[in-house]
Design a protein around this ligand. Structure first.
Ligand SMILES: *Cc1c(COP(=O)(O)O)cnc(C)c1O
Length: 369
C-alpha cells in the first residue's frame, strides 16, 4: 500500500539544503539576530513580490493582522467583518485589538466570504472588512473594495494562505489598505519557525506597524505607543530569502496537482472546489466536501492517505467565543463546511504516482453509512 502524507516539507528542503544551511551560516557568522540586514533584504524583496511599497516583518501571521488593525486605530467598540469560515487567527486578531468580529457567511462553492452578504452586516460601528483568501483562492476583491469604499471602511486582506495568488492578474495583498501574511512552516512560503509580515502602500501605516511591533518605539528607548514585541528574526528572514525565489515553482507545482484533482476526481459523492473567473489560486490546501466526510477520511487513512479538516469547529461554535452569543445554526454555511470539508494531500514534490493513487482511492470510495 502506498503511503501519502497530508503534507511534507522534505522535497523542497532537500532541494534547498545548501541555500538554507548557507543562510544559517551567514547569520551565525555575523552574530546579529534581530532587526538587521537580513530582515531589510527580505522585506524589500517580499514587498516587490507583492507589488506593494512597504513590507514590515512580524513575529507571526496573527500579529501581522492584529498590528495592522491596531495601527489603523481600530479598537474597543468597533466591529470588523470577517468570514465565518476561516482559521481562528482572523477573528483573534480582531479580538486582540479590543474590537468585535462580525461573521459573514461564505459562498459554499468557493469557501470564501460572499460579497453579497457583507452589506447586511455593516453597522455604524463597522470599521473594516477582513477578506481571507482561504485555501489559497483569492476572494472576489472588486465587489469587496466597492462596498468598503461606499461605506468608508478599511480593508485588511488575510493572505496567510495565499502567497502569490492572483486576482485579475494582480497578486493578493496589493488590493487593500494592508495585508497580513504568515510564514508558518506549512504555509506556501514558510519559515523554519514562526514568522509573518504586513505589506502596504501606506508609508505612515508601515512606520506605525513597525513601531507597534517593536515595543512602540520609533527610535531606541523612545516609546510613542504601548507596543508589542513582534519582530521577524534575522535567521527566519534569511531562510525566507532563500525560499522566496522558489515560491513560483512551488505554487506552479501545487497548481498542477490541483488541476489533476479537478479533472480526474469524478466520484459523485465528492464536491470539488469552485474557482471563480480571472483568478490563479495557489492551493494552500485542496478542499473537497463530502456528506460522508468522516467515513471518507477513515477510508483514506485505511488506504495510507492522510487528510485534514479545515476547520472542524466553526469559530462561533468555539468555547472561547461563547461570549459572542451566536446561537448554533445561525451561520449554517460555516457549520455545513465544518461538518463536510476535507483537505486532501497537497504539497510541493508530491509524486505523480501519489497524486494518481489519491485520485484512484477517492474515485473508488462508496458510502456504506
Ligand atoms: C496561519 C493563518 C493565520 C495566522 O498565522 P500564524 O503565523 O500561525 O500566526 C491567520 N489567518 C489564516 C487564514 C491562517 O491560515
Amino acid at each position: 500500500m502506498m503511503s501519502v502524507p497530508f503534507v511534507s516539507f522534505l522535497p523542497l528542503e532537500k532541494e534547498l539544503d545548501q541555500e538554507l544551511k548557507g543562510a544559517f551560516e551567514r547569520v551565525f557568522a555575523r552574530s546579529w539576530y534581530i532587526e538587521g540586514q537580513e530582515l531589510q533584504a527580505f522585506e524589500a524583496s517580499f514587498a516587490k513580490y507583492c507589488n506593494t511599497k512597504y513590507c514590515v516583518g512580524t513575529g507571526n501571521g496573527l500579529d501581522a493582522l492584529m498590528l495592522a488593525l491596531k495601527a489603523m486605530g481600530i479598537g474597543a467598540g468597533d466591529e470588523v467583518i470577517v468570514p465565518s469560515n476561516t482559521y481562528i487567527a482572523t477573528a483573534l486578531a480582531v479580538t486582540y485589538v479590543g474590537a468585535t468580529p462580525v461573521f459573514v457567511e461564505p459562498d459554499i462553492a468557493t469557501f470564501n466570504i460572499d460579497p453579497a452578504a457583507i452589506e447586511a452586516k455593516i453597522t455604524t460601528r463597522t470599521k473594516a472588512i477582513m477578506p481571507v483568501h482561504l485555501y489559497g483562492q483569492p476572494c472576489d476583491m472588486d465587489p469587496i473594495m466597492a462596498i468598503a469604499n461606499k461605506h468608508d471602511l478599511k480593508v485588511v486582506e488575510d493572505c496567510a494562505q495565499a502567497h502569490g495568488a492572483t486576482y485579475k492578474g494582480k497578486v493578493v495583498g496589493s488590493f487593500s489598505d494592508a495585508a497580513g501574511f504568515s510564514f508558518y512552516p506549512g504555509k506556501n512560503l514558510g519559515a523554519l519557525g514562526d514568522a509573518g509580515a504586513v505589506v502596504t502602500n501606506d508609508q505612515d501605516l508601515a512606520a506605525k506597524i513597525r513601531a507597534l511591533g517593536n515595543y512602540g518605539s520609533d527610535y531606541k528607548y523612545h516609546h510613542i505607543y504601548k507596543g508589542h514585541n513582534s519582530r521577524l528574526d534575522e535567521i527566519q528572514a534569511a531562510f525566507l530569502s532563500a525560499k522566496l525565489p522558489h515560491l513560483e515553482k512551488v505554487n506552479e507545482n501545487r497548481r498542477h496537482i490541483a488541476s489533476r484533482y479537478l479533472s480526474e476526481i469524478t466520484n459523485e459523492l465528492i464536491r470539488l472546489p469552485f474557482v471563480i473567473a480571472d483568478v490563479e489560486p495557489v492551493w494552500h490546501v485542496f478542499a473537497i466536501r463530502c456528506d460522508h466526510r468522516d467515513e471518507l477520511a477513515k477510508y483514506l487513512q485505511d488506504n495510507g492517505i492522510s487528510t485534514n479538516k479545515h476547520y472542524p469547529i466553526a469559530i462561533h461554535m468555539q468555547e472561547c467565543y461563547k461570549d459572542l452569543n451566536i446561537a448554533p445554526g445561525s451561520l449554517p454555511i460555516a457549520e455545513t463546511i465544518s461538518a463536510t470539508q476535507l483537505s486532501i494531500p497537497m504539497y510541493y514534490g508530491m509524486t505523480e504516482q501519489q497524486v494518481s493513487y489519491v485520485i484512484e482511492k477517492i474515485n473508488a470510495f462508496s458510502c456504506h453509512g
